[in-house]
Structures are given as C-alpha cells and as structure tokens.
Design a binder for this molecule. Structure first.
Ligand code: KIV
Length: 285
C-alpha cells in the first residue's frame, strides 16, 4: 500500500511554483467526490458557491448563503483530509464591510477546517483581502469573469478582450497582490493576459480557469468535467467522462427492474429462519 499523502500546505504550493510544476485544482461540494479527488491526487479543492447552480439548481450563485457553504465545506474536508481546501465566500458575505469579510472567512476556517478562502473582485475588494489576511487567514482573489457580478458583466462571457479592459484586470491583480492575496484565480480572460499577469506575479500564485496554460495551475468545475450539469457546458470545460449518462442509464435500469420484478433479487435482502418466523407469527397472533 502506498503511503498516505502528506497535507498540502502553502509552502508545498509555492514550492511547486518554484519548480515550474503546475498545480491541480477542482471544485467539489460533497464527501464522496472529495474522497475521489483526494485519491486522484488533486492538490487544491474549491468549495465554490457555484454549488448554488450545480448542486441546488439555482440559475446563479447569488442565492447561496454562508450556512450552505459551511455544510458543504465540512463534508468536503471529511472526504479530503490532506487536500488544500478553499472556502468560497458567497454573495454579500464580504462586499458590505471588511469586518463582515473577516467574520465569514473565520467561519470557513473554524467550522470547516478550510485552508484558505476565495473572494471575487479587484481593487475595490483589496481592503477585504487585506483585512482577512491580517486576521491570519490565507486569501485568494478572483478576477475576470466573476459570477457574483454576472449581471454587471453582461453575462457569462470572456473578460478583458480589449487592451483597456485587460489593463484594468492587470491593475486589479496588482492591487490584490499588494493587499496580501497569496493566489489569484483568473477566470475566462485571454491567454496572453493570463500569461502577462503570471510573468509579473511576485509571491503570488496565478491560477487559470479557461484562461490558458500559462498560469501556475489549472482549475476546472467538476460538474462540467463529467457531464453532471444539465443546463449548459461552458466552452472552456473539457469533458473527461460522461458520468451523467452512466447514472441516467443506471436509474432507467433500476426503474425497469423494479417494475419488471428483477429487483430485489435474493442477494439484495435477508431471510429469517422457520423457527423464528413461526414464533413471530405466534407473537403477532
Ligand atoms: O464558485 C465557483 O466554483 C467559482 C469558480 C467558478 C471559479 O468561483
């Protein structure tokens, strides 16, 4: 049997960056999936507020509450004890004040055993990052397509296409680094912008979601990888298997076997001896 993996820590992640080895990161919201991701050697896990869409069926991430996140992050931690687990701050749990941000980030650490938090936004949110980092909590910024601002951004689409807009994202990345973010996620920005920000990053890990290969690591949404989100498949996602189809076929088989009397079979239930059964009949009259 191979040795259990050592806990993934910040020094481990920075060491990978130093060696030029990409970091692997996936979203995850539940215990069995976390268990599988841990077995597969995934280093970072994001308990994303995308669970509002992928797990709870909302059309956006906005209805997700802190208590939803806590419940899911606790389950993920139980399934993936050595992964670097990141709690995603849901809508309006940090935007209103630095204090709110610190209190809610603290809940991820104290109640779930998370290793870090992530929040969306650039320079305008730098004070939240600073407050959280000053409170001793590692923080990740999130730029580009930030789903909590999807209405203001005009939909789920590429961000920073023009030089002006790209410059704004580069400036935001700088502000987050100066505020103390140890990592920044760039979601759906052009590859060359991601490369430029990665080249200029100092002491900050740049992660890409749909922003090309020239970052320090990659993030994907688990449900997109396995055909588990029925509403749409983002272009940037790669499908590694159609678990949705496998599960659907299994469900149809179950339905047909119950109707047809093939399930349950002898091996799916337990019997009782004649002696005990006769006694039971006496007892119940
Ligand atoms: O909630 C989430 O999963 C995220 C990703 C879209 C990056 O924030």
């Amino acid at each position: 049997m191979s040795e259990p993996r050592k806990k993934i820590t910040l020094p481990y992640l920075f060491d990978k960056v130093k060696k030029g080895e990409p970091i692997t990161w996936l979203t995850c919201y539940d215990y069995p999936t976390a268990y599988l991701q841990e077995q597969a050697g995934i280093e970072m896990i994001l308990v994303g507020d995308s669970l509002g869409m992928t797990m709870l069926g909302f059309d956006s991430t906005l209805p997700v509450k802190m208590d939803d996140m806590i419940r899911h992050a606790q389950a993920v931690r139980r399934g993936a004890p050595t992964a670097f687990v990141v709690g995603d701050m849901p809508y309006m749990t940090y935007q209103q004040s630095v204090e709110a941000g610190i209190v809610n980030a603290g809940r991820f650490m104290a109640e779930c055993g998370c290793d870090a938090i992530k929040l969306e936004g650039g320079a305008a949110m730098a004070s939240r990052i600073k407050g959280i980092v000053d409170a001793g909590i590692p923080a990740i910024g999130h730029l580009g397509l930030t789903p909590q601002s999807v209405s203001a951004l005009g939909g789920f689409r590429l961000q920073g296409k023009s030089a002006d807009l790209a410059k704004k994202i580069a400036d935001d990345a700088q502000a987050l680094q100066e505020a103390g973010a140890f990592a920044i996620l760039l979601e759906l920005v052009p590859d060359r912008l991601c490369e430029l920000i990665t080249e200029r990053a100092e002491g900050c890990i740049i992660m890409s979601l749909g922003s090309g290969p020239k970052a320090h690591g990659q993030l994907l949404i688990y449900h997109d990888m396995f055909g588990l989100y029925p509403k749409f498949k983002p272009k940037m996602a790669k499908v590694y298997g159609n678990a949705g189809e496998v599960i659907l076929n299994g469900l149809k088989n179950y339905h047909d076997e119950v109707i047809g009397g093939q399930f349950p079979a002898q091996e799916n239930y337990f019997g009782m001896s004649d002696e005990e059964f006769n006694e039971l009949k006496n007892l119940v009259g």
